[in-house]
Every structure is written in structure tokens, then in C-alpha cells.
Ligand binder design. Structure first.
Ligand code: PHE
Length: 339
């Protein structure tokens, strides 16, 4: 039995040492130390031994069991560590690899143009004011010297919400709101959306963007207006840009002008962008009509002022060479991502 036991020990230790998987170790444990295993079968035979031999063999069997047990737990530890190392190696991260950054939003091109315009006018001392998109007939027309039967109402097809309420057709309504609440000197710009019942095509949209400007003070002249607008055009389009003032008509300004700039695409030679004319119309302007000042309790004998209304959409499409105004409103991510 002694021999048998040491043979079991030897065999077991060699097998356990050679094992390469945890499942193998478990099989060996059952084979040698299990209830029906080899050591147990020796112990079962102890009864047949003499009283002197029984404790000696019993003790030896316990030692063999303890040795195999220890070998098994060593092997388990070894295999578990191997498994962990393999797993770590397989899942290794290269933290020096460049990361994948998530997409972040950007400014809509209209907002970029708007921010540039605000910078230019703020640098000339203008405040930015806000006005409501739903206006009353009074602020959008009446106080701007456009009474109910005035033919100029036809210039702007209006979305009426009720007899008296409408979607503002022009940011000029902000002129009135400003002059009613502030006293001269006034120097403001008011950017925002405006609405007209236009058919949609490549150059027209029922919603578009304007920036109204207003200056009222003692001794303000047409020269101040022309100087401010020329400075604006040079800042936006570059100092080589030519500026042309054409006489025009607006009910709320007298005299009135429309302002063209030389086409930034062709430099004035004529191209698709300027429809062959070499010029692009960007705004309407003029000296504030005395009736408008009077409607706001400002004495036209003491004060004078100028106003202008700039279309942002055309500034944006010409700056970025966008061929269709509808792209500005469709929010197609493939278009917007380019800015
Ligand atoms: N409100 C005019 C328009 O929408 C533009 C304008 C503004 C003209 C201020 C003169 C003075 O066409």
C-alpha cells in the first residue's frame, strides 16, 4: 500500500503539473481525490490492516492527499493567471492611437454672416435690439407712413393672422418700437426673420432674414448714411468692393436709395451670380421720413435720421456661392456640414 500511495502521488503530481486547462485539473482532482478516487479507494482498504499499520498508512494517505491538493491549487492559480494574462493581451488598448472624435454642431451660414454684421455695426457704435415676429398693422405699416390704402402695401405680400395682426414683412417695424421707447441719439440694428407670401424658387422664400438699421440724432445727413453703408460693404466684401447708390422709393424714407455692390464673384465683369450685370443689390435705405419721426413724437425740425434694411440671405448665398436660397432653409445635414 505504501508503494501504491507513492505511485499515486507521483502520477498525480506529474499529471497536475502537465495540465494545460482548468477542466483537466478538475478531472484529475476527481480521479485522485474524489469520493471514488484513487486515494479514497486506498483509505477504504484500511480496515483490513493491522492495528499498527492502520495509523501509519492512514497518515501517509493523508499526506499524499494533502500533497496532491496543494499541487492542484498551485496549478489552478497558474492556469488562472495564464488565462487572465491572455485575456489582458487580447483586450489590450493602444492608448496612443488617435481617437475618434464625435461630431459637433456648427453655426448656420446665415448666423455666421449675421455675427459678422453685428460685429461691424457694434464697432461703429450700434446697439442690437430685438423685435417681435408677429406684429400689429400699426408697427409694420401704419407708423411707417404706409396707411391702409397706400399702394406700397402691394410691394409686400403680407401674411395676415387677423385684421390687425400679421407676420412682419420687414424689420423696419423695429424702427418704430425703438423710437417709441428711446429718445435720440439712437443708433441700433435689429436683425430677424421676416415673412412675405412669395412663391418659393431659387431666389425667393416666404421667410427670409433682414437687418434693420436706424440712426436718429441732431444733424444726421445723407452723407452719414452713405459713409456707414460704404464702410459696411467694404468690411463684408473687402476694401476693393465698389458701392453704387441708386435712387429708389420707400414710404418711410425720403430720399430713398437702393445699394448695389460690385459682384464679389466676377469683380464686376458680369457672371451667373450677378446675372451678367456686375452688381448685386444688398439693401434699401434712406433718410427717415418726417411723418415717421412725428408718429414717434420726435420733432423732425430738430432731429433727422437714416434707416437701412439689409437682406442677409443674399449676402450669405453670394459669400458662400450657394446657388439656391432654399438650401438655407432645408436643414439638410450634408449641406450644413460644409460650413
Ligand atoms: N424695409 C425695406 C424692405 O424690406 C428696406 C428698408 C429699410 C428701406 C429701411 C429703407 C429703410 O425692402
Amino acid at each position: 500500500m505504501r508503494e501504491q500511495l507513492s505511485k499515486i502521488r507521483e502520477e498525480a503530481l506529474v499529471a497536475v503539473k502537465a495540465a494545460t486547462a482548468l477542466s483537466e485539473i478538475e478531472e484529475l482532482r476527481v480521479k485522485f481525490l474524489g469520493k471514488k478516487g484513487e486515494v479514497s479507494s486506498i483509505l477504504k482498504q484500511l480496515g483490513g490492516l493491522s492495528a499498527e499499520e492502520r495509523p501509519v498508512i492512514g497518515q501517509l494517505a493523508n499526506e499524499v492527499r494533502a500533497d496532491i491538493d496543494a499541487a492542484i491549487s498551485d496549478a489552478k492559480k497558474r492556469l488562472e493567471a495564464d488565462a487572465l494574462n491572455q485575456k489582458l493581451a487580447a483586450e489590450k488598448l493602444d492608448i496612443t492611437m488617435p481617437g475618434k472624435s464625435g461630431k459637433i454642431g456648427g453655426l448656420h451660414p446665415i448666423n455666421t454672416v449675421l455675427n459678422d454684421m453685428i460685429d461691424i455695426f457694434q464697432s461703429m457704435g450700434f446697439d442690437v435690439v430685438d423685435g417681435p415676429e408677429v406684429e400689429t398693422d400699426y408697427y409694420n405699416f401704419e407708423a411707417l407712413n404706409v396707411p391702409a390704402d397706400h399702394p406700397a402695401r402691394d410691394m409686400q405680400d403680407t401674411f395676415y393672422l387677423s385684421d390687425n395682426l400679421l407676420l412682419r414683412t420687414q424689420t423696419s417695424a423695429a424702427q418704430i418700437r425703438t423710437m417709441k421707447t428711446r429718445k435720440p441719439p439712437i443708433r441700433i440694428v435689429c436683425p430677424g426673420r421676416v415673412f412675405r407670401a412669395d412663391e418659393v424658387d431659387a431666389t425667393h422664400s416666404p421667410v427670409f432674414h433682414q437687418m434693420e438699421g436706424l440712426v436718429v440724432d441732431k444733424g444726421v445727413t445723407m452723407c452719414d448714411l452713405l459713409g456707414v453703408l460704404e464702410k459696411f460693404a467694404h468690411e463684408i466684401y473687402g476694401p476693393e468692393t465698389k458701392v453704387k447708390f441708386r435712387p429708389s422709393f420707400f414710404p418711410f424714407t425720403e430720399p430713398s436709395v437702393e445699394v448695389d455692390v460690385s459682384c464679389s464673384e466676377c469683380g464686376g465683369k458680369g457672371c451667373r451670380v450677378c446675372k451678367g450685370t456686375g452688381w448685386i443689390e444688398i439693401l434699401g435705405a434712406g433718410m427717415v421720413h418726417p411723418n415717421v419721426l412725428r408718429a414717434c413724437d420726435i420733432d423732425p425740425e430738430v432731429y433727422s435720421g437714416f434707416a437701412f434694411g439689409i437682406g442677409l440671405d443674399r449676402l450669405t448665398t453670394t459669400r458662400y456661392k450657394i446657388s439656391d436660397i432654399r438650401l438655407l432653409f432645408e436643414n439638410d445635414i450634408r449641406f450644413l456640414e460644409q460650413f
